[in-house]
Design a protein around this ligand. Structure first.
Ligand code: G16
Length: 543
């Protein structure tokens, strides 16, 4: 076994987006493509000698190949030890958990999250720092800078490591420890939630369906919900991670988890439905005939946090991404704690959590989490709801309706226009930005614009500034229209339109969401000229 130095040339477009580098599998399969990016990570990190790294992914196509390559490159860069999940499997939250628990200097997550997998699907790679969270922009930009100039990479010529057997082996001087992907994570969950109360709930015959969407959360949900909490076998469905996710789009929302939603709307619906995504960091919470909006779920978790043992002493603050609804702000105000508004991307929560300014975080994109790790966490959110149901004896629907009655309802929806012409989308945003100043003070039907801007965030901890984080059109009554381009799509551009309207009157809490938002939808179209600009007559996905 020897360390090889291989000559290479830069690839264009290796700048990480909202969450790491996501591209088509075929792009990653080009000789040197993955190697270049990994070399850039090691060059950015500097001295790796003597340190421990965590490595795992969501099991999608190309996961195993990528892991073998990264192991050989880690050995060439003198990493002391790599902790890798058995079968190459680690959910994104589990990577974060393992980094923190074992004091690793960081981790590499292989996933394109909710994007489809398989030979024609997507792949992704992301670096997480020693707090367990996604690398901040100064690191991702440094990685990108290296990708543009590197001329060689280093790699061992050793053979493949057996990823399927728990235990330690050596690769060059480096120890490779294959670990149980679930154990550390499950132990942490047991400390945060009242497992006895949840076990008793299932003991009383409580019914639930968790859809693993043939992705990575299946093994975690099965081990915890069926194994440790005693839910009957079959509670977790689509529990085996598959390289192509069984041909499904592993994105837990009412459109892509249609099978679960249909079950929850049917006559034989269980009492509680939940789903997670490709890499296990997203969650969807479903009651009978009710898919809980992620923004509402964050607000409800915050309002009831002290019911879970891990949060018994209360929460310090809440953080939400800017496009997420303001439901959590109302809870924060009632609790007398701060609510932070950050750009889209979990990496922006890291400093707030590290500085103990926020305890809970959430995004409209089906992500919720807390300071227990530094990633959003799908199974954690589901366990929180189970704890909540067990502690209150109430159904999902009752919990949601009572929350609205107390705080009012923030009607909320996101309209996505996927794979549109990137140039047309960019032009639309440029032209919209130019209009912003003149929008303030304008009246559209019942709404009057109080503020129109492009969101700028100054991190309260390190004072770093992120600009152009989404166009906001804010009405005098607090209703909002937000437009931004996705940073995770892999085809053309994805335009996201976020719509929000507050309703205090409980007699008006049962309106159809799209109807409640119809006037704002019309204003968004009128102001952005989205349909003419993109040639689309309707959104690809409405959540
Ligand atoms: C990622 C990020 C999230 C973000 C989401 C959508 O989620 O981690 O913070 O909200 O993408 O981002 P965008 O609107 O730019 O596409 P995931 O689950 O894909 O890792």
């Amino acid at each position: 076994m020897t360390i090889q130095t291989v000559a290479t040339t830069p690839f264009a477009g290796q700048r990480p987006g909202t969450s790491g580098l996501r591209k088509k599998v075929t792009e990653f399969q080009q000789p040197g493509y993955l190697e270049n990016f990994v070399e850039a990570i090691f060059l950015t990190l500097g001295e790796a000698r003597g340190r421990t790294l965590v490595l795992g992914g969501d099991g999608r196509f190309f996961n195993r190949n990528a892991i073998q390559t990264i192991l050989r490159m880690a050995a060439a860069h003198k990493v002391a030890k790599v902790l890798v999940g058995r079968g190459g499997i680690l959910s994104t939250p589990a990577v974060s958990c393992v980094i923190r628990k074992h004091g690793a200097f960081g981790g590499i997550v292989l996933s394109a999250s909710h994007n489809p997998g398989g030979p024609d699907g997507d792949f992704g790679i992301k670096y997480n720092i020693e707090n367990g969270g996604p690398a901040p922009e100064k690191i991702t930009e440094a990685i990108f800078a290296h990708t543009q100039v590197l001329t060689e990479y280093r790699i061992s010529d050793a053979g493949p490591v057996d990823l399927d057997r728990i235990g330690s082996t050596r690769l060059e001087e480096m120890a490779v420890e294959v670990i149980d992907p679930v154990a550390d994570y499950a132990e942490l969950m047991g400390r945060l939630f009242d497992f006895d109360a949840i076990r008793a709930l299932f003991g009383r015959g409580f019914t639930m369906r968790f859809d693993g969407m043939s992705a990575v959360s299946g093994p975690y949900a099965k081990a915890i919900i069926e194994g440790m909490l005693g839910a009957p076998a079959g509670t977790v469905i689509n529990a085996e991670p598959m390289e192509d996710f069984g041909g499904h789009h592993p994105d837990p929302n009412p459109v892509n988890a249609a099978e679960l939603v249909a079950l929850m709307n049917g006559a034989d619906a269980p009492e509680f439905g939940a789903a997670s995504d490709g890499d296990g960091d997203r969650n969807m919470i479903v009651g009978r005939n009710l898919a809980v909006a992620p923004s509402d779920s964050l607000a409800i978790i915050a309002a009831n946090a002290t019911l879970a043992p891990g949060y018994r002493d209360g929460i310090r603050g809440i953080a939400r991404s800017m496009p997420t609804s303001q439901a959590a702000d109302r809870v924060a105000a009632a609790l007398g704690i701060s609510c932070f508004e950050t750009p889209t991307g979990w990496k922006y929560f890291g400093n707030l959590l590290d500085a103990n300014l926020a305890t809970l975080c959430g995004e409209e994109s089906y992500g919720t989490g807390s300071n227990h790790i530094r990633e959003k966490d799908g199974v954690w959110a589901v366990l929180f709801w189970l704890n909540l149901i067990a502690a209150t004896g109430k159904s999902v629907n009752q919990i949601v309706e009572e929350h609205w009655a107390r705080f009012g309802r923030n009607y909320y929806s996101r309209h996505d226009y996927e794979a549109v012409d990137a140039h047309a989308a960019d032009r639309m945003m440029v032209d919209l930005r130019a209009k912003l100043e003149s929008l303030a003070g304008q009246t559209f039907g019942e709404f009057r614009v109080s503020q129109a801007d492009d969101f700028v965030y100054t991190d309260p901890v390190d004072k770093s500034v992120a600009t152009r984080q989404g166009i906001r059109i804010i009405m005098t009554d607090g209703s909002r229209i937000v437009l931004r381009l996705s940073g995770t799509g892999t085809e053309g551009a994805t335009v996201r339109v976020y719509l929000e309207r507050y309703e205090a009157d409980p007699s008006r809490h049962n309106l159809d969401t799209q109807e409640a938002l119809a006037p704002l939808i019309a204003i968004a179209e009128q102001v952005s000229e989205l349909k003419q600009r993109t040639g689309r007559t309707e959104p690809s996905v409405i959540t």
